[in-house]
Design a protein around this ligand. Structure first.
Ligand code: SAM
Length: 278
């Protein structure tokens, strides 16, 4: 039997399977190295084993989905909070934390307008989730809401799709892939050449389909159409300057230290922002 459902963010388990190609611990290793390098004043602050990396003790993950990165930070002893506007994703994040015996605060809220009664040393938005901010006003509201939760010198690391995916001769990432896990095969389509970018709004309507074929049991397919704003590097930099709370400190083209964002091998656009003194 084939079960068909609609709404990829209402199906956190299928979403997680679709994104299982990532090496989350390796990505968190990179985030911690960047904290050593850029947090506070910028001098490398890697300390003795066990010391907080770059002095960073607390992390807020925005548009966190199932919160895989904040869970990994919690596993490493940081005080972690995950924020998402999807009730299903928040429930999934809480459930995963509970099953793993990890402390994770979960906040159901919109990243454009939220108030958490505390501050953080680090904020992250992973896997191009800023694409859900469709307009300049959305992006400015988001930066303003986040700035209220970060002290001077705190970092905001934003992982975006590489602009070559939209503007290059050939995309750097594939819009179709498969993963295998626990004997199941997962077939994913996420956007791609069939989903043109509106040339004025820079918004695509990405057609998403995730099919899970277990070794035994029913095949499940979830389909969705997800609006996605394509942001250029210069637009983000201009928005950051216009909003006024952050500076762009550095950029990377991969979760390593050797691929600049301008390198032909770069496949992500990762920006390191620093919260400036108000
Ligand atoms: C592509 S998923 C990424 C999840 C996670 N960042 C990851 O790396 O797996 C995008 C997430 O953004 C959330 N989202 C979209 N718009 C949002 C908003 N305005 N405020 C908070 N979360 C939002 C969705 O509910 C979804 O969980």
């Amino acid at each position: 039997m084939i079960a068909r459902v609609s709404g990829i963010y209402d199906e956190p388990e299928l979403y997680e399977l679709a994104c299982a190609y990532r090496n989350v611990p390796a990505e968190v290793d990179a985030l911690q190295r960047w904290c050593d390098r850029h947090a506070g004043g910028g001098a490398d602050r890697s300390g003795p084993a066990g010391a907080p990396r770059g002095g960073v003790r607390s992390v807020l993950e925005l548009a966190a989905g199932p919160a895989e990165h904040s869970l990994e930070f919690a596993r490493r002893g940081l005080d972690a909070t995950a924020l998402d506007r999807s009730r299903a994703m928040c429930a999934r994040a809480r459930g995963k934390a509970g099953r793993a015996g990890l402390e994770l605060a979960v906040v159901e809220a919109d990243m454009r307008d939220f108030r958490i009664d505390r501050g953080f040393d680090l904020a992250i938005t992973m896997l191009n989730s800023l694409c859900h901010l469709l307009t300049l006003d959305d992006l400015l509201a988001h930066l303003g809401a986040l700035a209220a939760h970060l002290g001077p010198g705190a970092l905001y690391v934003v992982e975006l799709a590489h602009p070559a995916d939209y503007l290059g001769v050939a995309p750097r990432t594939s819009s179709e892939w498969t993963t295998e896990t626990d004997g199941a095969r997962i077939e994913v389509r996420w956007g791609g050449p069939g989903d043109p970018i509106d040339p004025v709004s820079q918004v695509t309507r990405e057609h998403v389909s995730v099919t899970v074929r277990p070794a035994v049991g029913d095949v499940r397919t979830v389909t969705d159409v997800v609006p996605n704003r394509f942001w250029t590097a210069t637009e983000i930099t201009a928005a950051v300057r216009l909003e006024g709370s952050f500076s762009v400190l550095a950029s990377y083209g991969d979760f390593d230290d050797t691929t600049p964002v301008g390198d032909p091998r770069a496949w992500r656009m990762i920006l390191i922002l620093r919260r400036d003194r108000p």
